[in-house]
Design a protein around this ligand. Structure first.
Ligand code: MN
Length: 250
């Protein structure tokens, strides 16, 4: 895979890239004119915002209940966005970067940006890869790639569900495309994600993300994470995942 495809963005983030190609360049603030030198103006900072949900809080019932969705979107995700913006406020080098590009710069020491930048990206993807009315099935090139890599769609589902079930504590299960253009199933702790190449064992470009934090299921499923995972698998919008996959070959 070409390097640039790592920076191909999800729909939500790409709009930001299109409108902000010239901000965030911390090295290019020198004035062209020979007038009195002034302090370099800070890079512009447009705070990150949550994308609106494409469906109502109750639209994923019975698999995911309305109370969970309302808290998850309205409190948990919103909290990550608020804390992300607070952390970026003082980070002049990073605050103008599109979200995915910012995540790719992070090291293990960047705790606030890992937790809250990851938290924002991960949830933006999570809301988009679910749909009311039940899962579709993978089509076209994605279906073919999954069959080659996992034997069958069923084989994929088992391995992906297992990655979510085995994640100890809080975290995410992922279907990603790695640097060789191969599909991989992986998981990360906390709000880390495969875009944080310096922080994770298996870097790559996320296609599908499943939240396995207790806040994603505990109100309805209590400790039964496996039941939540089974419900999530029945809500996946494979058209969105397929488009994400196809964008790497555009
Ligand atoms: Mn969550």
């Amino acid at each position: 895979m070409k390097k640039r495809t790592f920076l191909k963005l999800t729909g939500a983030a790409s709009a930001g890239l299109l409108v902000s190609p010239f901000i965030g360049c911390g090295n290019s603030t020198e004035s062209e004119s020979s007038e009195t030198p002034k302090a370099a103006p800070p890079a512009e900072f447009t705070p990150h915002v949550q994308s609106p949900l494409n469906y109502g809080f109750d639209a994923l019932e019975p698999g995911i209940d309305a109370a969970t969705m309302e808290l998850h979107y309205g409190k948990h995700h919103a909290g990550y966005v608020r804390k992300l913006n607070a952390a970026l406020e003082s980070d002049v080098a990073r605050r103008g970067l599109p979200l995915e590009a910012m995540l790719a710069t992070l090291g293990t020491e960047d705790t606030a940006l890992r937790n809250n930048g990851g938290g924002h990206f991960n949830h933006e993807l999570y809301w988009r890869v679910m749909q009311p009315g039940g899962a579709s099935t993978p089509q076209g090139p994605l279906a073919q790639a999954m069959e080659e890599r996992f034997g069958s769609f069923e084989g994929f589902k088992q391995e992906f569900a297992s990655a979510g079930a085995k994640r100890f504590g809080s975290g995410w299960a992922w279907l990603i495309m790695d640097a060789q253009g191969q599909l991989q199933i992986t998981s990360t702790p906390n709000q880390d994600n495969p875009l944080m190449a310096r922080c994770v064992e298996q870097p790559g470009s996320p296609l599908l993300g499943m939240d396995v934090w207790e806040h994603a299921y505990y109100l309805n499923y209590q400790n039964r994470r496996g039941d939540y995972i089974a419900a999530f698998m029945e809500l996946v919008n494979w058209d969105v995942v397929g488009a994400q996959f196809g964008s790497h070959f555009a």
